[in-house]
Ligand binder design. Sequence first.
Ligand code: NCD
Length: 359
Amino acid sequence: MKHKNLIDLEYMTRDQLEHTIMLAGAIKERPEIYKHACDGKIMATLFFEPSTRTQMSFQTAMMRLGGNTIGFDNPMNSSVAKGENLKDTISMVSSYADIIAMRHPAEGSAKAASLYSSVPVINCGDGGHYHPTQTLTDVITLNYEKGRLNNLRIGLCGDLLNGRTVHSLIKTMCRYEGNSFVLISTKELSVPQYIKNIMEKAGCEYTEVDNLVDAIAELDVLYMTRIQRERFESEEEYQKQKGVFVLDTEKLALAKEDMIILHPLPRVDEIAIEVDDDPRACYFKQAEYGMYGRMALIALLLRSEDAFSFKSADPTVDKEHKCTNEKCIVNDPQQHYLPKNTYEKDGHICCDYCDHIIE
Ligand code: NCD
């Protein structure tokens, strides 16, 4: 079955991804050509979790293509505050809008929403799981600022456990030859096992280190991330992790002249403000590329109902296995109606919503 949803970038073949990157570049060059591409179309932006860039860049992307937007960014102002479940919100909104861009705190929520939507669903972040349109933004930036998506030594630094942008980016860069990863984090915030499995399966070399100074000199790309305060059990736990990795001009002096610094933003304190003036700092440019990437994505998704040729593992309704990830949507009592779908991969039973390895 072909897909109309974008739950993760793996839903696109490499050709489709590269086509989207090229289209984003073309739109950036000649935006006037695309200003009626989505005339008469409506996008719903459903943000159950805070956002600045993702939400606003989707809204402006749709408007720059000639379309309109509806939606909410504070679920407390919607019927969610009255106890409405995700299924009902999505079933209804998909009869109002032609496309849905959604962010939700539960892992696997975008996949869950797609089961009840009659229009394409774009995952704008599902808890600590995936954030494909940030990765689209990241690869567009790499393509135009580094000139390639292969043979890159990529350092990822900060909250690699909860940073969904990190997970989506690693997965995507594993599809290109010769990339290797330096994972810079504390032990507590290292990447989840399922992401390590993906790197191993792809044959991508990776090392885990706890020191940015030692790692920086060999990198082509440094992807900084904030510590995801809202995903910690307690403020105390967060305070222990906060401020461990800070990129400043002193550390940057050790880096290659052509290394680029990316950050999905928002920044908290992990990049000193003084670094913004260094030509290697690409994070604000990156946010701009994101808008063109989202324009390309919306135009492609609305042009063809089955835009992507990704074939997901066939899920089975599995009464025997319960997802053991407490952050997964399937374990939210309000979403009790969700079928307990799992799939098998490499001898493991995985949750079809959050990809957590159940056994
Ligand atoms: C990221 C996110 O929401 O995951 N922000 C974004 O979309 N640009 C990164 C973050 O919140 O740290």
